[in-house]
Write a protein that binds this ligand. Structure first.
Ligand SMILES: C[S@@+](CC[C@H](N)C(=O)[O-])C[C@H]1O[C@@H](n2cnc3c(N)ncnc32)[C@H](O)[C@@H]1O
Length: 273
């Protein structure tokens, strides 16, 4: 397989997928696009992928070519609903925050090992956790990396909690036979998992950005393996987000559960914080 072409297992889907290229939206941005593509090891030529990352004057966006009626996905935590959710609506009431068990001034170090669009991870950061984001899909990783960098630049030291967010190099806990050794210098108190769940709802019911993500990364069919890897490296607990009626990850019964409107957070406790 040529370098830069990823086997299906890297995405959890069952056929070889074309890598997403990073291209300039206008000729003046070509040099900048090439530099970014090189930073993220993404192709700079059209690969036939159904998705492309485009560099515009505003930053990166992900375009779904066979759905031209969809707005390109722009990841920007500084405005819109996401900024509101983190800064005003989010916080201690969020189910994900409760599942992570923050309390009495204690803020766990969290590895978000399926970071995706970083929304849950940033809610945890805003709640005061030190968060590291791990994402294996190279295109999503590039979007996430740029969006976090923009957030940190935008807020400066005004929001110290965002300055502690670190986007790890693109990869997976499943890449390492001994993930424990990889995290020897920074053992997370908790590992958070939110793998893609095969979608059963009619696609119209799923938000467009989630549809894009699903189409791009596939069904994460190897997700069961993540639980053991996460339990091996977490000091105290693993939290798994699942659709409300989904079976337990790897068939393993959690120690406790927190329910939100559409989701369930399964909490696996190794030891108290
Ligand atoms: C449902 S999305 C996560 C959404 C995220 N919680 C958010 O709030 O934006 C699942 C993401 O996990 C990634 N993923 C799945 N399995 C992974 C693994 N083993 N290692 C790293 N990333 C993984 C997928 O590529 C996808 O981007």
């Amino acid at each position: 397989m040529p370098r830069g072409w990823h086997s299906a297992s890297a995405y959890g889907i069952s056929s070889v997928s074309f890598p997403v290229p990073l291209l300039a939206a206008e000729p003046e941005l070509q040099a900048a696009a090439a530099a970014l593509a090189s930073e993220f090891t993404l192709p700079t030529v059209d690969t036939g992928s159904n998705f492309i990352l485009e560099l515009t004057r505003e930053g990166l966006q992900l375009r779904w070519r066979s759905k031209p009626e969809y707005q390109p996905l722009v990841l920007d935590y500084t405005r819109g609903k996401q900024a509101w959710r983190q800064q005003l609506g989010g916080g201690r009431q969020e189910a994900v925050v409760r599942a992570l068990g923050l309390g009495k001034g204690f803020r766990p170090k969290v590895l978000d090992a399926t970071a995706g669009l970083g929304r849950d991870g940033l809610i945890l950061a805003h709640a005061g956790c030190e968060v590291r984001l791990l994402e294996r899909n190279p295109a999503i990783h590039a979007l996430l990396h740029q969006a976090v960098a923009h957030l940190q630049q935008f807020h400066g030291n005004e929001h110290w909690s965002y300055q502690r967010v670190l986007v790890l190099p693109a990869g997976s806990l499943l890449d390492h036979e001994d993930a424990h050794a990889v995290f020897a210098d920074w053992q997370p108190d908790a590992v958070y998992l939110d793998p893609m769940f095969p979608e059963r709802e009619k696609s119209a019911a799923v938000k467009k950005d989630m549809q894009m993500l699903q189409q791009l990364v596939g069904a994460d069919l190897d997700a069961d393996g993540l639980l053991a890897a996460a339990l091996a490296i977490a000091k105290c607990r693993v939290v798994v987000k699942r659709p409300a009626k989904a079976p337990f990850l790897a068939g393993q019964t959690p120690s406790s559960q927190i329910a939100s409107k559409k989701h369930r957070f399964d909490v696996y406790i190794k030891q108290a914080y």
